[in-house]
Write a protein that binds this ligand. Structure first.
Ligand SMILES: C[S@@+](CC[C@H](N)C(=O)[O-])C[C@H]1O[C@@H](n2cnc3c(N)ncnc32)[C@H](O)[C@@H]1O
Length: 353
């Protein structure tokens, strides 16, 4: 699971990594594994990890817990109009070219500029001149090449950020089938890491839906066995398509099991992950009142003592109440995350002996 640290390649780049809010520490850990080439800073708004980075830009595209990564360039200009001047305009084109070279030809077709006043005459001209010089077309409300322009935090000058990838990194290429309530790839990867994965694990993804947690667990490293189960046949079909696209079909098993009555032996599972029905898009609060205790009891039966069970849920009070009455599960840690404006928790539980 350890990656070879990339070599320093010269003057550091100014980089901003966007993390799922609440999971910054996990993203920092992943950045740290890039080696001494990265120096993430602590003082930043939630979900933002600024850093000086002296490694290969390409290595940043491999960050699996990040939402997206931007390269940042400061322009000591009083107003954006100055960016149309020859020297600054060339610097912007050089930055864009550097990003485009990370991908095969044709990966970027459209560009989009996000900025306060993006529709002003000056920024409209900047967009169309950039489009003309890069051969890209200006996207209506999104673009493969995503540029952000903002005032520098110091208040002096402006900063241009260019996203390093044509899609956010959290948008996974394996997702060929989507479902209501499907989990963000970066969050799924972080949850898989929170199970403390090891190559001998027998891993179980309860209520696997489209397969996000199962796939991200196997992309994080090998496992002895990896099971995904769901009672909904359409979910399993969707998971099957995604698992095949991820190239891991031979390494996992998908079953129509009911998570409250698993055909598995006692203590036979080393790690469990689930994104439980929140009761909004999937399931209902009334159903959760019976589903959650049944799942917690069955998970405790099949989990090996000492193993981790990582559960994402928006039913915070219900979970806390149930865990109070279940000494089989110790609360190892609790993370509050931001998931599209909702604030569910990741409960990292440890099966007590
Ligand atoms: C929030 S969704 C999971 C989404 C999934 N993580 C994804 O990325 O697509 C919850 C899933 O739990 C499944 N589920 C609900 N009750 C279940 C049960 N008793 N046994 C197994 N799966 C169940 C639902 O069919 C649904 O697919």
């Amino acid at each position: 699971m350890a990656k070879t640290p990339p070599r320093p390649v010269g003057r550091p780049h100014r980089i901003e990594v966007i993390a799922p809010e609440g999971l910054e520490l996990i993203v920092r850990d992943e950045i740290r594994r890039l080696g001494s080439v990265a120096r993430p800073e602590r003082d930043a708004p939630p979900g933002v990890i600024p850093m000086d980075y002296a490694g290969e830009l390409r290595a940043l595209l491999g960050l699996r817990t990040a939402q997206s990564v931007y390269i940042v360039r400061a322009f000591p200009v009083p107003r954006p109009k100055a960016l149309l001047g020859d020297e600054h305009f060339r610097a912007i084109l050089a930055l864009i070219e550097r990003v485009r070279r990370l991908h095969p030809p044709g990966a970027f077709a459209t560009l989009f500029l996000s900025a306060a006043g993006a529709e002003s005459a000056v920024l409209t001209r900047l967009k169309s001149e950039l489009a003309a010089s890069t051969g890209l077309s200006v996207g209506a409300d999104d673009g493969d090449l995503l540029l952000r322009l903002r005032r520098a935090a110091s208040g002096e000058g402006w900063e241009l950020l260019v996203r390093l990838s044509p899609r956010p990194l959290a948008t996974r290429p394996w997702r060929v089938c989507n479902r209501e309530g499907a989990l963000n790839g970066a969050v799924a990867h972080a949850m898989a890491l929170l199970t403390a994965p090891g190559p001998d694990d027998r891993f179980l993804n309860i209520g696997c839906g489209s397969g996000s947690l199962l796939i991200e667990r196997l992309l994080a490293g090998p496992a002895r066995r990896a099971f995904g189960c769901d009672i909904d046949p359409a979910a399993l079909e969707c998971a099957r398509a995604n698992v095949a696209a991820a190239g891991i079909a031979a390494r996992c098993e998908l079953h129509p099991w009911d998570a409250t009555r698993l055909p598995l032996h006692d203590s036979s599972i080393d790690a469990i992950c689930a994104d439980l029905p929140f009761g909004h898009l999937v399931g209902s609060h009334a159903e959760n009142l019976t589903l959650y205790p049944a799942i917690l009891a069955e998970a405790a039966r099949v989990a090996r003592p000492g193993s981790h069970c990582v559960l994402l849920s928006h039913e915070v009070r219900l979970m806390e109440r149930l865990l109070d009455g279940r000494p089989e599960w110790g609360l190892h840690s609790l993370l509050r995350i931001d998931l599209g404006g909702l604030h569910p928790r990741i409960f990292v539980l440890e099966r007590q002996a």
